[in-house]
Design a protein around this ligand. Sequence first.
Ligand code: GCU
Length: 640
Amino acid sequence: MQSNIEVFKERNAWLQRTGMNGPTLEIIGAPEEKASGAAARELSAGLTRLGFCGPQAGKIILDVDKTLPEEGYRIGGGKISGGSDNGLLYGAFAFLRELAQGKEPFEIKEESAPKARFRVLNHWDSVSGKVERGYSGNSLFFKDSKLCFDESEIIDYARLIASVGINAICLNNVNVPPDAARLIFPESIEKLKSLAAIFRQFGIRVAVSVAFDSPVIDGLDTADPLDEAVSLWWNERASELYRNIPDFAGFVVKADSEFRGGPAALGRTQADGANMLARALAPHGGTVFWRCFIYDCLQDWRDQSIDRPKAPYELFMPQDGMFDENVVLQIKHGPVDFQVREPNSPLLGAMKHTAQGLELQITQEYTGQQIDLYCLPVQWEEILAFPEASGGELRSIIGSKITTIAGVANCGKSSNWTGHALAQLNLYGFGRMAWDPSLSAREVAGEWARLTFGEPWERVRDLCLKSREAYEKYTTPLALGWMVNIHHHYGPSPEGYEFMKWGSYHRASHSALGVDRTSKGTGLTKQYNGKLAETLDDMDACPEELLLFFHRVPFNYRLKSGKTLLQRLYDDHFEGAEMVEGFISEWQALKSQLAPEVFESVSKKLALQLENAKEWRDVVNTYFYRLTETPDEAGRKIYV
Ligand code: GCU
């Protein structure tokens, strides 16, 4: 990761201890392997950045050892071995990561290989140059309806994301209007080819989001997947792409979702649509990442027979076994939409014969928009530990049923890629946890804080780790979800989505809150397997943090703490805002140890966060007070 300040204090301490003034580590590469070139290049540049540039101190040997997993590596005794050129590159980055955290070069010992085959960043960049749900400036890839990029910036970006193990990138937004659909038309191929060539140097394969209706945009009269002319059209597009980009990763597809065209609109199944694209890509080794984010987005809020979170499972489960091998069904982690707290999607792990992908959101759409501090790895750790369909933790099927971990990227042309110095942790954490899903949030936050801030790393780490809890408390605790302002999704609006077509309701009345999704209600709990379904179905047994997702709960219901639901909601909102006040003082205390620009920029963000937290507290508490006419037991002022 790019460091915010030049700290590497531990590294300097090592230099002093050994009495060596900037020693050189000579790199002995494996010359017959083309990208041990890349590993040697990155290692050498990294060593120079870390201060190894004086007299010679020892040798680092790079070699390819085909007995290792393809992308895996082994480091020990001054040798870095990789299962392939890319494995070697990951080994070089891992070596640098340890060195930068103060380890002595010849004591670094590590062996690692990723579980997921695809560790993908999904950019939601529009060809206009804007980024949908982007809070980090404009696109790195597009401007004025065209591919347009700064080569040296892309090299830095590719290095940044490869250093944490990303091996594929989808360049454009899943919503593909006609101008973006042209990205795979002949006129764009040259530029796409040169962009892919940069990423290739870092072991990263390029994918694009395609419009299912592309053939129609190009003049055909249908996009029907069973029409021969349509298949031919896609075959030709694929052949041309692969002639120019032999390692092209494939297509990401949002079909039949939120007003996008798709096979269902043409009377065909999801499998018909996905397989038609898969067959165009298969001869070239490409993959279709077919998104499962499909639901009725024109729902009548009065109609309680439709329940949005049930939709993906209802649609895709019956088609298990019908998808070609090179189709990955990409499933959002929760059954609704990247809320602060959701149960995992019941579809994850449920399909026995279909490759699946876990989709996470790194960009903070519903989680503070890179104004509020929000450490996503804390949430991802819970998601990875949540039971999958056959009962084990979700992380246990990564590498088998789940072949892909995709994250909606949080990067753009802002000075530090992510627009908030501490939001870099989310990008770092995504890469590291996608590589090794057994890593904890504490581990990845610790690594990142140490690499980025040096000495005060533990205090920065601890501050970040608390941020998820604070945000959840001052917004929508107990998996209540959806009280955001419409469209932009920042700040509170308790009934913003309540009487809308989107299917995301909490149905608060004067006496109760939440939707009954149990077997007596909409039946969502029945989509979960065995014991978990029983637990979720029972209001007293359901994990409290998920209570309002599965149950309609009276405001006077007593929680395990003895508090009523209403009192818990009041308390959480006060506590969440107080936690942010605490973050501000903790950050102030670090002032002398931080680079002034980092200190200032984060201080400003924290001040905005406090305003946001207070607004949430007051608006939501007032809303519940007005509905229930029941004051806070502690007598605090709860209305604006
Ligand atoms: C959310 C988000 C949209 C996005 C969609 C998706 O609804 O607000 O901007 O297009 O998810 O994941 O497709």
